[in-house]
Design a protein around this ligand. Structure first.
Ligand code: PEP
Length: 220
């Protein structure tokens, strides 16, 4: 079945040339919808993949030095934008309120937001997810929205979430946001991707997306 596979390159690779090598390798026909989210300076459209961005600012234009808006990203070809990634929340201090502004602006500017949610180790998953979804999606149109469940302890650690927990989170998110497509992210690789794709609408891949061999195995 056709799934959504999103690659989050994070702050990699270091040169445009290397980014272009990845674009070239991943620009292949596959049964899945493949979305590549490189760093801003390397955004480049392809024939077979969809372009996405890793973040945007919570205003559309104005005196916000260093900021990039969803409208600009739409103009250069981005169709999806990751919003509220745990690294944005924890390193850059993004709150659910900021996330909510960004979500609504993406929708207004006609780019699809991919809302990232997930609990830290030791936190109650249901409580955290309910709060992040309620506050992050307050007054937002949820039709066609994508939500990525990314437990923080699984991101970049190699500790993938257990399938039963992925299924429980998927069901909880669908119950709260029935219109959403729900993805899983957190240490996805070529060995676990197929099993996870069976129980979700897709996956968000970080580290493995900048490893050509790995990501090609995942999307093929
Ligand atoms: C991510 O950054 O969204 C992510 C899931 O990272 P990784 O696949 O490296 O755990």
């Amino acid at each position: 079945m056709k799934k959504i596979i999103i690659a989050n390159f994070k702050m990699n690779p270091l040169t445009k040339k290397k980014a272009q090598e990845l674009f070239k390798a991943y620009d292949i026909k596959t049964k899945h919808t493949v979305v590549l989210c490189p760093p801003f300076p390397f955004l480049e459209k392809g024939k077979n993949y969809i372009l996405g961005a890793q973040n945007c600012f919570c205003r559309t234009e104005g005196p916000y030095t260093g900021a990039v808006s969803s409208k600009m990203l739409k103009d250069v070809g981005c169709k999806y934008i990751l919003i509220g990634h745990s690294e944005r929340r924890h390193i850059f201090g993004e709150t659910n309120r900021i996330v909510n502004h960004k979500i609504k602006l993406c929708i207004k500017n006609k780019v699809k937001p991919v809302l990232c949610v997930g609990e830290n180790a030791g936190e109650k998953r249901d409580v955290v997810l309910k709060k992040q979804l309620k506050e992050g999606l307050k007054d937002a149109q949820t039709k066609g929205i994508i939500i990525a469940y990314e437990p923080v302890f699984a991101i970049g650690t190699g500790k993938v979430c257990e399938i039963k927990d992925i299924i429980n989170s998927f069901n909880l998110i669908k119950k709260i946001v029935p219109d959403a497509k729900v993805l899983y992210g957190g240490s996805v690789n070529s060995l676990n991707a197929k099993e996870i794709l069976k129980v979700t609408d897709g996956i968000l891949v970080g580290g493995a997306s900048i490893n050509k061999k790995e990501f090609l195995k995942i999307i093929k």
